[in-house]
Each structure stands twice: as C-alpha cells, then as structure tokens.
Design a protein around this ligand. Structure first.
Ligand code: SAH
Length: 388
C-alpha cells in the first residue's frame, strides 16, 4: 500500500473525530491512483488507512484505524454487515430506509438506500469508487437484493473527477417501487426521482405529522405527496402544493393508491401562494413546510435565511387558532442555532404566539455524528399557534 504523509493539523482532525484530510494538509502525496493508502504523520507514526482521492480537495477520508488491515472483499463484508445490523427493526415501520449513511456510519462517501427488494447506492468519492466490485459483492451477499442501481449522477462526483451517471450494477431495478411507510404507500422513482428516488430522511417526521394532523391541511413543497399522504389520514382536507406539475401528478396517483380522496393538488410557487392566502384570509389547521435547500452554499446563506423566514412567517400567520406547523430545513449551512433563530424572528414578526412543541432531526438510519457536522443537515420543528 502507498503512503501519504499528513501535517499535524491533518492528524489533529482525525484525533478530533473527523475523517477528512484536505489537500493542503497532505505533505507528501501518495504516488498512486485513487484507492486506499496508509496515512502517517510527519514523524512517521501510522494513523490509519484512508480512501485517497487525488483530484479532490478532500484528499483523504479515514476508513480504518488498523494500518495492518487489508480492504479486501472480507473486510467490506464485515464492515457493511456491522453497519446494516444497526437497521434491525426498521422493517416493522417501513420497507425503505438508509442502510449506509456515509461518514455517519464510518464508511465515508458511501450511500446505500434500501427500497423494498432493491438497493440504490451512491459512490461519492474516487477512493471509494476503486472498491465498487467489493462493495457490490458484499451488498449482494448481505441484503440479497433483486437489483442494485447506482445513482452516481450527483454533482459532488465532478469534484472527485468522476463521471456522473445512473448505472445498473446488478440484477434489475424497476422504474417505480412501492414504498410502505408508517401505514401509507407511495411510489419511489429510483432511476429518475430526487436523491435516490425519495426523501427517506423525513420518514419519522412524516410519521409525527401523521399523528397530529387535523382539520384543513396544507403541504407546501409536496413533491410526490409524502407528507400530504400522512396528513390526509387524519385531516379533513389536504392541499398539496408544488412548483412541479409532474411531481403533483405523482402525488395524485399516490393519493389514489391509498384510497384517499380528500386531496387538492395545486401547481404554484409556495411564496406566492402563501402571500395570496394571507390576503384572502384563508386559515389552515395543519401546515407542512419542507422546502428544498434554500442555502446550498455558505455564500447563499443570507439569501436563504430570508427565504426561510418569509415562508415561515407567512405560514404562522395562516394558522387557525391552535393550528400546527411542521417546518423543516435541509440546508447544511443553516445550523441548528440559526434555524431556531430564524423561527424566533419569524414568530416575532408574525404577530402570533407560537409555541415550540418539538425539535426534530434525522431518523436513526441517517446517523448524525457529533464530531462530523456534515452528517447532519435536517432540522425540523413542530410549532403550535396558541393565541386566538
Ligand atoms: N416534502 C417532500 C420533499 C420536498 S422536495 C417529501 O417529504 O417527499 C422539494 C419540493 O419543492 C420539490 O418537489 C420542488 O419541485 C418543490 N419546489 C421548489 N421550489 C418551490 C417553490 N418555490 N414553490 C413550490 N414548490 C417548490
């Protein structure tokens, strides 16, 4: 195995529980293509084995502390078995969930989602891509799926010098897969849908909303209706809103699939819609705001915050007395304290008395490691308007 020498600052990052070492902290680059390399500090002390990405700013990703280990088929199998075992019991709630959450599970840059009998993977670094055969082999042995699809079309791969493509790695994977989740069903679209085919990271938050929903409900960034479906089981009526007509067609199909007929599907810009409902004094008993990331980069944070505050402020004003708002953000750059601060500012401007009933985050299959902030990105809050 080739060796990389890293600076003291790089070594300290590993000591502090973060697996990434940046290009500027690699003092001597290993003279080899992407794969696994041994990492030593400036005095030659072995630190571990890392995935090596020669073209990326994130050059090294710690994957194994034992420098004598070999990342062969057996190693991958053991490692994946251990991680996947943590998901035991999730089957009782859903047939789609994350099996491997990258850095959050000690397997940097590897995402594996299970959709019923199929797997969708994302190999997000050059170093990891080197082990594609071992990973696919191990997943086949452990999960015995009918097919494995790579959604390697994420733009992050460009930074690694990798191609962006959707590729069938094993067996066959259908266009649509029926997901069962806390009593509702919806169709995920593994080949073309968002992320790996659905937003599995909001599963538990959708279940929460399903438990408390009532009256007249609004789901503002509905996509294929996954929150709306949970709302519809308890609410009298649900308006599912999205800017994408195609997403709404799928939402409507999903309502039919569940035998629900209390939905209205509205193609609109959520900002405009909320403003118009404020003007005509419409009120809702339950509202969900699960927007796309408004702050995808740090420079976009200020503008993103204004967007979050605006939709939250307007949604608060639309709440009927005792009304509930579940609001979320998936922008990594909007930290938990900033998210709360934004909600406080929105509440102050809304003129309403808004109670924080519950703070929410990611489900157990999307582990957020305290020393690796990048593993956590979802914030959620259940709010209640307690004034008249
Ligand atoms: N809540 C969904 C995921 C939402 S993804 C779930 O749990 O599955 C974000 C959605 O917001 C996308 O479907 C996108 O089409 C929609 N969207 C983006 N900008 C919008 C806007 N300004 N108004 C309304 N919908 C928007």
């Amino acid at each position: 195995m080739h060796t990389a020498i890293v600076s003291n600052r790089g070594a300290r990052r590993w000591d502090a529980g973060h697996p990434w070492i940046y290009r500027s902290d690699v003092i001597e680059r290993p003279a080899t293509d992407a794969g696994a390399v041994r990492v030593v500090d400036q005095r030659g002390k072995p630190l571990g084995i890392a995935l090596w990405s020669p073209r990326s700013e994130i050059s090294l990703r710690l994957i194994e502390r034992d420098v004598d280990a070999t990342l062969d088929a057996t190693w991958w199998r053991h490692k994946l078995e251990h991680v996947i075992a943590r998901r035991a019991g999730l089957d009782a709630e859903a047939n789609a969930y994350r099996l491997v959450h990258g850095e959050g599970d000690g397997l940097p840059s590897l995402i594996v989602d299970r959709y019923d009998r199929w797997l969708v993977v994302q190999l997000m670094s050059a170093g990891l891509e080197h082990f594609r055969t071992e990973i696919v082999g191990a997943l086949r042995d452990i999960a015995r799926p009918q097919g494995i699809l790579a959604r390697n079309d994420a733009s992050l791969r460009v930074k690694e010098g990798l191609a962006t493509e959707v590729e069938l790695l094993d067996g066959e994977v259908p266009d649509e897969i029926e997901v069962h989740e806390h009593g509702v069903r919806y169709l995920a679209a593994p080949w073309r849908g968002q992320k790996t085919g659905a937003f599995l990271d909001q599963r538990e938050n959708r279940a929460l909303v399903g438990r408390v929903a009532r009256g007249r409900a609004l789901d503002c960034f509905s996509y294929h209706g996954s929150f709306a479906l949970h709302l519809a089981r308890r609410a009298d009526h649900v308006t599912a809103l999205d800017a994408s007509a195609h997403a709404l067609t799928r939402a409507e199909e999903n309502f039919r699939r569940n035998g629900l007929d209390n939905g209205t599907f509205v193609e609109a810009n959520a900002f405009e819609y909320l403003k118009a409902r404020e003007r005509d004094r419409t009120r809702f008993d339950t509202i969900v705001l699960d927007p796309p990331a408004f702050a995808k980069t740090r420079p976009a944070l200020a503008a993103g915050l204004r967007g979050y505050k605006e939709i939250n402020l307007r949604a608060m004003r639309l709440l009927a007395p005792g009304g509930l708002l579940f609001t979320a953000s998936c922008s990594y750059h909007l930290t938990k304290p900033l998210f709360l601060e934004m909600l406080e500012a929105a509440a102050a401007d809304s003129g309403r008395r808004v109670v924080l009933r519950e703070l929410r985050g990611q489900p157990v299959d999307h582990p957020e490691v305290l020393t690796i902030p990048e593993t956590g990105y979802i914030k959620g809050a259940l709010l209640e308007a307690t004034d008249g």
